[in-house]
Design a protein around this ligand. Structure first.
Ligand SMILES: *Cc1c(COP(=O)(O)O)cnc(C)c1O
Length: 229
């Protein structure tokens, strides 16, 4: 085996161990947490060893990049599930619905409208998460906490969209725990069972706060380099 194959498989095993431990510590069932391996910026050659190690759920943050890499990778391995974790422009909705099994970045009425329109044309129904901007950062996507309940009601009532859960990306400079707690609280009062939260640095903590989907990139694939998002 080439050395990079050994190292990503080892990284994946370490992440798996940490998820199992976090679940035990929280008294949770391991089956209640989905590991999304975030492969953004990595090419097919880097992704193949992770698929070979048994990982089937992957995350990408750009529609075009995913479209370039994944159709071929999907064909080579059965059971791949793809999650869009980055912002979605309304004019890419059709492509996103065709390619992704889940979209974590529902955050505005115009996107809800585009999704509803696309759902009227196709049988595909990616699972939808509403993204929260818990830090209320002006440059970041997501619904601010004070508007979350009304936005979730509009998703259901105005656009007929079934929302599965909430996603958050805490501000880098903050301790993540209060952001995870707030996201869990808003999900609970809206009857949502899924929580997409936790990245390489904090997925164990996110699991303690109820994460059902952790999005882990660099802990599996290594560093993305200075130009990567
Ligand atoms: C890149 C990215 C991740 C993964 O980040 P790591 O710190 O590399 O684990 C998770 N979520 C989102 C939304 C991302 O864009």
């Amino acid at each position: 085996m080439p050395s990079d194959t050994i190292s990503v498989a080892a990284n994946l095993a370490i992440v798996e161990d940490e998820i199992a431990r976090a679940c035990r510590d929280a008294g949770r069932d391991r089956a209640g947490v989905t590991l999304i391996a975030v492969s953004k910026t990595f090419d097919a050659a880097a992704i193949r060893p992770v698929i070979a190690a048994g990982q089937r759920v992957f995350g990408e943050n750009r529609v075009q990049e995913a479209k370039a890499k994944w159709p071929e990778l999907k064909e080579a391995a059965p059971g791949i599930e793809l999650h869009l974790i980055g912002p979605l422009q309304s004019n890419k909705t059709k492509e996103a619905v065709a390619l992704f099994d889940a979209i974590h970045s529902v955050d505005r009425p115009s996107l809800c409208e585009a999704l509803a329109r696309e759902f009227s044309r196709t049988a595909r129904r990616p699972r939808l998460f509403v993204q929260l901007n818990t830090g209320e950062e002006p440059q970041k996507a997501g619904v601010i906490p004070g508007e979350a309940d009304a936005f979730l009601a509009a998703c259901r009532e105005t656009y007929g969209l079934e929302i599965s859960g909430l996603m958050c990306i805490p501000p880098v400079e903050d301790a993540p725990a209060p952001h995870f707690a707030l996201t869990a609280k808003i999900a609970a009062r809206n009857g949502l069972s899924e929580l997409s939260m936790g990245m390489s640095a904090d997925f164990a903590e996110a699991i303690a706060f109820g994460a059902t989907h952790v999005r882990v990139g660099s802990a599996i694939f290594g560093h993305r380099g200075p130009l990567a998002r």
